[in-house]
Write a protein that binds this ligand. Structure first.
Ligand code: SF4
Ligand code: SF4
Length: 321
């Protein structure tokens, strides 16, 4: 896959963006209390992705078995005959489903949900601005995340611009695999950047994320040279990214080439997303992979601190022994 500028989604301030979640009171996506706008669509295919609903650009239907009361209104509502409810649950024919949402509207138990909603930049901004007082009191603001926000550059640029114009602190959360030109444009209205660095071995990076490493490193250098404060984030996934060698190698890269990095977050692997995969008819490849221990995370954090990055933090659920 290349990381050239995406076509299509763009044009003017009325350009809609496909958003899969607007999360208020977030405290993990930058400083203070924030609202995080999650954009749909990502060029990476990380095997550990815990937001699989953010990968595809298109809207998708999800069925929640625990909510289903077997009312069957959805089957009648579907104009394409895309649903089948049997003993083993709901089957969604995704070839036939055009994500019209009629089944979700018809379901009295809200067992079907469409993931992905169109917003204009102004509509998204209005959602974000509701919590302005919380941002002001906590040093927070808005973070645009994903998926990968640079996949919908004109919407995101306008949302960041509106937010900044209103005096909100703005953060861009990127996986780094993007057109450098697009990222530069988005940086114009971003006060800071959250940047993922996952693996420093090019072959492993390709195997684990589906994309080349070098464009990510190039963009990391560009973002840092823009002078924007950067928080690097590394998902620590057993058997994938959790070797001391990988952490030391990321640390060396940050210390030697990314002078504007203020903080490095190590995010412990989370295995609670299996149900999301099944609701999307996707395969969760890390089924049964155990959580890391707090001791293992602390040891990796020590390794990271040894690289000389100003602040290293780790977070996430860990197993008790
Ligand atoms: S970059 Fe993030 S959203 Fe994209 S596949 Fe990887 S973990 Fe998922
Ligand atoms: S979203 Fe529309 S096409 Fe898809 S299953 Fe529901 S009613 Fe049918």
């Amino acid at each position: 896959m290349s990381c050239s500028e995406p076509e299509g989604r763009g044009g003017d301030p009325q350009q809609t963006g496909v958003v899969f979640n607007i999360q208020r009171f977030s405290i993990e996506d930058g400083p203070g209390i924030r609202t995080t706008v999650f954009m749909k669509g990502c060029p990476m295919r990380c095997v550990w992705c815990h937001n699989p609903e953010g990968i595809a650009f298109e809207r998708q239907l999800m069925w929640f078995d625990v909510r289903c009361i077997g009312a069957r209104d959805c089957l009648e509502a579907c104009p394409n005959g895309a649903l089948e409810l049997g003993r083993s649950g709901m089957t969604i024919d995704r070839e036939r489903c055009d994500a019209c949402g009629r089944c979700a509207d018809a379901c009295p138990a809200r067992a079907l949900e469409l993931v992905g909603k169109d917003y204009t930049p102004h509509e998204a901004f209005q959602e974000v601005y509701r919590d302005e007082a919380f941002y002001r009191n906590s040093g927070g603001g808005v973070t645009v995340s994903g998926g990968e926000p640079s996949m919908q550059p004109r919407f995101v640029a306008e949302l960041l611009r509106l937010s900044k114009e209103a005096g909100l602190h703005t953060a861009l959360d990127t996986c780094g695999f993007a057109s450098g030109t697009v990222l530069e444009k988005l940086l114009e209205s971003a006060d800071m950047v959250l940047l993922d660095l996952k693996h420093m071995d090019p072959a492993k990076h390709l195997e684990l994320t589906g994309v080349e490493l070098e464009p990510v490193l190039e963009n990391a250098r560009m973002v840092s040279s823009s002078g924007r404060p950067v928080w690097v984030r590394t998902p620590v996934v057993p058997g994938c990214t959790d070797s001391a060698e990988n952490i030391a190698s990321i640390g060396r890269f940050i210390a030697e080439e990314l002078p504007s990095v203020e903080r490095w977050d190590l995010l412990a692997f989370n295995n609670t997303c299996g149900s999301k995969y099944s609701r999307l008819d996707m395969t969760w490849e890390l089924e049964g992979v155990p959580l890391l221990s707090a001791e293992a995370m602390e040891a990796l954090a020590e390794k990271a601190r040894a690289a000389g990055v100003p602040e290293v933090c780790w977070s996430g659920t860990t197993r008790s022994s």
